[in-house]
Design a binder for this molecule. Structure first.
Ligand code: PLP
Length: 355
């Protein structure tokens, strides 16, 4: 990857780092932010001179479009520090292309590649002390775009802010989760924007997820909006099912978020000699496989936890526990991906990107 540099990137360092005040042993995910942020404004039909400034609040007009019409997209990625103090990103090109894909769907102008890479790597170098050594430690990176033009006309904004903020994250041992298979609510519809990492997709999930929480489930497995027969995603993760020795996940579509972790899980599984089937999978197939003792594992994939194993699922009031396996596909695949992310193993796919 050769990325042109932007000679005009402005850097205004903070007068005093906050890092001394942070308890790195007790981090709550996504609650503490580093000293700096990257900001680039779009106006008069062009992205303006990007800047790195001290992490600080934004001042926006109350009528700014983002507050009224949810014209906003985001990304989630991580930086890792290896034992030799080198900093790595994992497949950042995927995140770059995806945020522009999301933007296009929300009528937001695309962001230039050189601004993204130079902004991100300069920010990471400036705040590199926040990326801690040790497996599980990482820096969660949140690029996002918001519509900032004032005025409540229901039309796309002519002004935007592209921002990158970073949050130190600790080892994520989320444990196994209990999920509810949705039979009423939907996350995304055909022709909609489920494939985009749009703020509104998350807002729409909060209420049905809370209802599931009240019934004792941590997450919802989303099914297709038309029939609720096909299994699509688990919470804010892509979802995999192991039936017998096969790993099954549904194909991407305009309803499915094309996860970087999902892609990586498929490639790693195939490399490990596991048969992967990318095809639609029905709730009825899951129930049947469970009855026959063929359903071995269900797991979600996403940047935050890499892989989250599911311990049981509920469907129409009936709970089904999954077997506890010694050597699960989930744990094998997770170990392989983490090895690549932390530069502990070979990177046969060329996924690591040195900062
Ligand atoms: C972000 C996200 C994922 C996971 O994508 P990764 O690139 O693997 O982090 C899956 N589903 C939804 C709905 C998401 O928003």
């Amino acid at each position: 990857m050769s990325k042109d540099t932007i000679s005009e990137l402005k850097i205004e360092k903070t007068a005093k780092s906050k890092i001394g005040e942070v308890d790195f042993e007790n981090l709550k995910f996504g609650s503490v932010f580093t000293d700096h942020m990257f900001v680039c404004d779009y106006k008069d039909g062009a992205w303006q001179t990007p800047e790195i400034v001290a992490y600080q609040p934004l001042t926006l007009d109350p009528s700014a479009r983002v507050f009224h019409y949810g014209q906003a997209v985001f990304e989630g990625m991580k930086a890792y520090r290896d034992e030799d103090d080198q900093i790595w990103l994992f497949r950042p090109d995927e995140n770059f292309h995806r945020i522009n894909k999301s933007s296009a769907r929300l009528a937001i102008p695309e962001f230039p590649e050189n601004y993204f890479y130079e902004g991100l790597t300069t920010l990471l170098k400036l705040d590199s002390a926040w990326i801690r050594k040790g497996e599980g430690n990482s820096l969660y990176i949140r690029p996002f775009v918001i519509a900032t033009e004032s005025g409540v006309m229901a039309s796309p904004s002519s002004e935007y802010k592209f921002i990158i903020i970073c949050s130190p994250a600790q080892s994520y041992y989320g444990g196994k989760v209990k999920v509810k298979i949705a039979d009423h609510y939907s996350r995304a519809a055909s022709g909609g924007f489920g494939f985009a990492k749009a703020a509104g997709n998350y807002a729409g999930q909060f209420y049905p997820t809370r209802l599931a929480n009240e019934e004792g489930y941590q997450q919802v497995i989303w099914t297709d909006a038309n029939t609720h027969e096909y299994l699509e995603e688990a919470g804010t993760m892509n979802v995999f099912f192991r039936i017998g020795d096969k790993l099954i996940t549904c194909p991407t579509s305009d309803r499915i978020l094309d996860g970087v972790t999902r892609k990586s899980v498929i490639a790693i599984a195939e490399k490990l000699g596991i048969t992967v089937e990318v095809r639609p999978i029905k709730v009825s197939e899951l129930l049947e496989a469970s009855k026959n003792g063929m359903l071995k594992e269900i797991f979600g994939s996403g940047t935050a936890a890499v892989i989250t194993e599911i311990s049981s699922f509920g469907y129409k009031g009936q709970d089904t526990d999954l077997p506890v396996l010694e050597d699960s596909y989930a744990s094998k695949i997770k170990k392989s991906i983490i090895g690549i992310q932390y530069n502990k193993s070979e990177d046969p796919f060329g996924w690591r990107y040195k900062v």
